[in-house]
Design a protein around this ligand. Structure first.
Ligand code: ATP
Ligand code: ATP
Ligand code: MG
Ligand code: MG
Length: 257
């Protein structure tokens, strides 16, 4: 096909292929979800409807992009780990982040009413940002997930104590904030336990640890008595900071290159 004289403008596009043989992580995060959660009357500190909708949207992303081997979500964010060797979109960074982010956002809206049956549709279109980050070593990638899970723990302990002071002790947000200023995690555990009889370790794992979606091959029985392997996405609330999860899921790190 003859090229037009305008074709040269394509040269202004910059090359953004991710380095080969590196872990590609795409993280999406809700824009202004402090406000979005308030306007949609999210239960504080953890609205299960929103967490399950986020995980539903993340599952849609993993069903579409088979090279995502693992996803981790908490609050208004989800991280997607592509296997090191992926050739999806020729590893083009913006193709990967925009496709993941766009599908995540549209699935969040598409499945909204299944999780929020009393609010027929979002009051305004929710927005998620997306970015691609590369991690050259397995340890870097594991440390990335540990960082997000530690963030989940720190925020959730703070939010649980903050909202308990408001909901159970009738404090104003300002008063609760003052009490918590400068406290360490041991202090927050102590406030919860001694004043409200709450053992933080008994709070739901989904809130304390966040949600992991792991792609695994599982055997499925065939009518003739044999089995075949099928890829499945499994949801769990495991600790990713320690070694156990990585031993149980050694296939995630076993690389073909
Ligand atoms: P930004 O646009 O910079 O990301 P943000 O308002 O989204 O700003 P975040 O740091 O991403 O800020 O925090 C998300 C906020 O959304 C949390 O602080 C919390 O108030 C709210 N939120 C998200 N998910 C839930 C949930 N499942 N239940 C209750 N609140 C939630
Ligand atoms: P990629 O994922 O690389 O973007 P693509 O299939 O989306 O691949 P594009 O170069 O973006 O390819 O082209 C979009 C194609 O979608 C067009 O070639 C055309 O076939 C179709 N298309 C888009 N909009 C319309 C429309 N309004 N009416 C009919 N066909 C359309
Ligand atoms: Mg946000
Ligand atoms: Mg966030």
């Amino acid at each position: 096909m003859a090229k037009s004289k305008f074709e040269y403008v394509r040269l202004f596009e910059s090359e953004d292929r991710c380095l080969p043989n590196t872990w590609i992580v795409v993280r999406v995060d809700g824009k202004g979800f402090h406000k979005f959660s308030a306007e949609h009357n999210y239960e504080k500190p953890n609205d299960i409807r929103s967490l399950s909708l986020m995980t539903h949207a993340a599952t849609s992303v993993m069903e579409e992009f088979k090279d995502i081997c693992l996803a981790y979500g908490q609050s208004d964010e989800y991280s997607f780990i592509f296997r090191k060797e992926t050739q999806a979109y020729s590893r083009r960074s913006s193709k990967l982040s925009t496709n993941v982010c766009s599908l995540f956002t549209s699935a969040f809206v598409y499945h909204w009413s299944e999780h929020f049956p009393t609010i027929s549709k979002p009051l305004y279109p929710p927005v998620f940002d997306g970015r691609t980050v590369l991690y050259p070593s397995d340890q870097n990638m594991r440390d990335y997930l540990s960082w997000r899970q530690a963030d989940c723990h720190i925020n959730n302990l703070y939010n649980t104590t903050f909202w308990t002071l408001i909901q159970k002790a009738g404090m104003s947000p300002n008063e609760a904030e003052k009490i918590l200023k400068g406290t360490l995690s041991g202090d927050k555990n102590e406030i919860l336990f001694s004043q409200f009889g709450i053992n933080y370790n008994n709070e739901p794992e989904m809130f304390r640890k966040g949600t992991l979606l792991v792609r695994r091959r599982v055997p499925v029985p065939l009518p003739n008595g044999g089995t075949r392997e099928k890829s499945q996405i499994i949801q769990q609330y495991a600790d990713v900071i320690g070694d156990e999860f990585w031993k149980e899921n050694s296939h995630l790190l076993a690389s073909s290159s």
